[in-house]
Design a protein around this ligand. Sequence first.
Ligand SMILES: [Fe+2]
Ligand SMILES: [Fe+2]
Length: 221
Amino acid sequence: MELTLRKRVLSWLTDNVSPSRLEHILGVEQMCIELARYHQVNEQQAAMAGLMHDLAKFFPPSRLLQMARAEGITIDSICATHPHLLHAEVGAIVARDEFGVNDKNVLAAIANHTLGSPGMSRLSCIVFVADALEPNRGNTPELVAMRQVARENLYKSVRQICEYSLRYLINNCKVIHPRTILTRNWALAIANQDKSKVTGHTSPRSEFEGQPLTNRAEQVA
Ligand SMILES: [Fe+2]
Ligand SMILES: [Fe+2]
């Protein structure tokens, strides 16, 4: 990423998100770069998506709904009552319109960071995983173990994070967006398929693979 663009994004973020959110964003950017190296994904794209993933985090619900509607994004009943879930997709709109990002893979990774998406790219997986596991999330034994999995197996990591989110949502009586479940099932199938390559067993490809769906849970967004 050009240094001037990064500076411009940082200056915008300073005016539009809290200091603690900015710390989180910088942690995600760093972890995206680290995971991109481990998984041979383009580091520039990973850094850009990480830095811009939460641009719309502090937009009020009315603005999120209005921008999503104007873009023609389908607003389902859960997003209508929990507009915060739209901050990922609206963040991609801000990246495009405010910062001229036109790399579709980067924009999709921003849009997928909260709920994931069955069939999402490895770049999207990296941003999804980094958002949940960046260093500011803490250092509990569970998180430390999950970071190790993220370095070793990206799809297993996506599955773990979906399950981590689902447990949190259930334990705290919060609504679950079905895309989190679809993403979890897709990642489960892909991770098993990777395993079968090693063991020689076969498993069917995910029925969701390649479908343009998205999604994740709000506590790790
Ligand atoms: Fe987020
Ligand atoms: Fe985030």
